[in-house]
Design a protein around this ligand. Structure first.
Ligand code: PEP
Ligand code: MG
Length: 585
């Protein structure tokens, strides 16, 4: 057996893929200042116009390939870039610089891009400010044709179906677009397993490995790559024996998946008769199909951020409502928990991960409910739409990233005002629509009793709770080895939250990735959770664990573990947690 190249990164999805590599280079092109001879001005302007036309043709070809069923937000993103390519305001100033200052076409375009950047940067509105990234993207696209030799600039018209994408980094917005273009897997140099791109890849069931440093410099375009999303191994240029081994792995995973299908209609009840509600996490309205196919009892988390991505302008109330009604309709009567907007950090509205770095510490900044309370114009249409949607089916509203009671009071006040408004307008809504909050900041877990007093349900967001408790950036692969869901501090915070909910008699669920992790499920059941929300692909495996579990035994063993964990060495703690699995057979 021979291997000419391999890499290792962070396993992100429990799936394997084999396919040709497609190097997606999102790094900006470096343009050096260059002048042309006055006699070359006409030819230089022609060169600029030819590049512009080629960029338009390439993007239009992508647009034409997108199936009708693709969500509007994906196509809108491409349409807006097509419009920019047609806009004289983009190209005319560059023409002038060539004509009057004898700039080369690349330099003129880059110069104009920088001037536009300054203009956008000064805009008050954060949304308009972020539109600079679209201009950058479109200019880079034209520059690619001017420079002529970048494969990456062909990425918008390339055939990506079945390809393994190799990239520095992939934003959540990219992930959605690439999924719709049929990619087989992602491998990135940066990014942690709890980044939103990783979560999205899991929920779309795309094998992904992240944090494989320098992979873009040693993989050749088009060579066959094996991506093992379960172990984090990347192989290139493999011989027939290795290929067969991985093809067998793919077959075994498929067999396991179809074997689990037998559980779809079986109840989620433990061996000792305790019901456990298994819910789905959704990113896009079309995910309801996977949720139903995997027997979800409801939706414990619908991440509405994706409504805002890859498009121009903000969604208005009617668009929100249309998306929620699509979900309610797709769920056929099972309840949906709609989380209000959680933009910020790595969930930007565009495909530019760079925009995070413009803030000193985005994870601690203006994110989620903080952003919404600061900008009621952004928040109100969503709250109105969620309330209006509640007239059509069982809807719960969930507030992300609460950290203080003042924040909760302001949010509840705003929801109250919206209710009054709707009532006065004669709009229908469910006056009893439950309002819950996410416990994902340590302060909220420590104050869970206070939150439980004013909310109808709590949901533990472990992705952020772990990030903020252990001070581990969930997006940074360099510290991902420290990201430990079973850390005693995390177990204590989860336990406190569950107890706070139990004391007030309100449901407590978990919607972080930990809820769907097979090695954590026995522990979570032992800690007292009876509602777990996860990406649809994990539901049946979790149901298998629940149905094998003896929850009373698990509860006693977990209590013992909590009592003794401070005296245990880390290995002993891990072993004791793993042994909880013995009560699930
Ligand atoms: C979480 O933080 O656990 C969570 C579910 O929210 P998100 O991953 O969208 O931040
Ligand atoms: Mg979160």
């Amino acid at each position: 057996m021979t291997l000419s190249c391999c890499g290792h990164g962070i396993a992100t999805t429990r799936a394997v893929a084999i396919g040709p590599a497609f190097l997606l280079d999102r790094s900006p092109l470096a343009i050096a200042p260059r002048s042309v001879d006055p006699a070359e001005v006409i030819a230089e302007i022609e060169r600029l116009e030819e590049a512009l036309a080629a960029a338009q043709r390439a993007l239009q070809a992508v647009r034409d390939q997108i199936p009708q069923s693709t969500p509007v937000k994906v196509t809108e993103f491409i349409d807006s870039h097509l419009l920019m390519l047609e806009d004289a305001a983009l190209i005319e100033p560059a023409r002038e610089l060539i004509r009057e200052q004898f700039y080369s076409a690349e330099w003129a375009l880059e110069h104009h891009r920088v001037s536009l950047g300054k203009l956008f940067g000064e805009m008050e509105d954060p949304y308009l400010r972020s539109r600079q990234d679209d201009v950058d993207h479109v200019v880079q696209h034209i520059l690619g044709f001017l420079l002529g030799d970048r494969t990456s600039d062909a990425d918008e018209d390339a055939e990506l179906s079945g390809c393994v994408i190799i990239a520095h980094d992939i934003s959540p917005a990219d992930t959605v677009v690439l999924k719709h273009r049929g990619v087989a897997a992602f491998v990135t140099e940066f990014g942690g397993p709890m980044s939103h791109s990783a979560i999205l890849a899991r929920s779309l069931n795309i094998p992904a490995v992240m944090g494989v440093r320098n992979i873009t410099s040693y993989i050749r375009q088009g060579e066959t790559i094996v991506v093992d999303g379960e172990t984090g191994v990347i192989l290139a240029d493999v011989d027939a024996g290795i290929l067969e081994h991985y093809q067998q792995r793919i077959r075994r995973l498929e067999e396991r998946r179809s074997h689990l299908q037998r559980l779809v209609r079986e109840p989620s009840i433990s061996r000792d008769g305790v019901p456990v509600s298994l819910l789905a996490n959704l990113e896009l309205p079309e995910d309801t199909v996977a949720a139903r196919a995997n027997g979800a009892a409801g939706v414990g988390l619908y991440r509405t951020e994706f409504l805002y991505m890859n498009r121009d302008g903000l969604p208005d109330e009617e668009e929100h409502l249309a998306a929620y009604l699509e979900i309610i309709h797709g769920l056929d009567g099972i309840p949906v928990t709609i989380r209000t907007l959680d933009l910020g950090v790595d969930k930007q509205v565009d495909a530019s991960p760079a925009s995070c770095s413009q803030v000193c510490n985005p994870a601690l900044g203006l994110r989620a409910i903080r952003l919404c309370l600061k900008d009621p114009g952004l928040f109100r249409p969503q709250v109105r739409a969620i309330l209006r949607a509640s007239a059509f089916g069982p809807v719960r509203l969930m507030i992300p990233m609460l950290s203080s009671m003042q924040e909760l009071s302001s949010t509840l006040e705003l929801i109250g005002q919206v209710r009054n408004e709707l009532e006065q307008e004669g709009q229908a809504f469910d006056p009893k629509m439950p309002v819950g909050g996410m416990i994902e900041v340590p302060a909220a877990a420590l104050s869970a009793k206070a939150f439980a007093r004013r909310l109808d349900f709590l949901s533990i967001g472990t992705n952020d709770l772990i990030q903020y408790t252990l001070a581990i950036d969930r997006v940074d692969d360099r510290v991902s080895y420290l990201y430990d869901p079973k850390h005693p501090a995390i177990l204590r915070l989860i336990r406190m939250t569950i107890e706070a909910g139990q004391a007030r008699g309100i449901p407590v669920s978990m919607c972080g990735e930990m809820a769907g992790s097979p090695c954590c499920v026995p522990l979570l059941l032992g800690l007292g959770l009876r509602e777990l929300s996860m990406q649809p692909g994990s539901l049946l495996e979790t149901k298998e664990i629940v149905r094998g579990a003896h929850i009373a035994h698990l509860g006693r063993a977990t209590q013992e573990l909590l009592d003794r964990m401070d005296d245990m060495e880390p290995e002993q703690l891990t072993e004791t947690i793993n042994r909880l699995g013995d009560f699930c057979q």
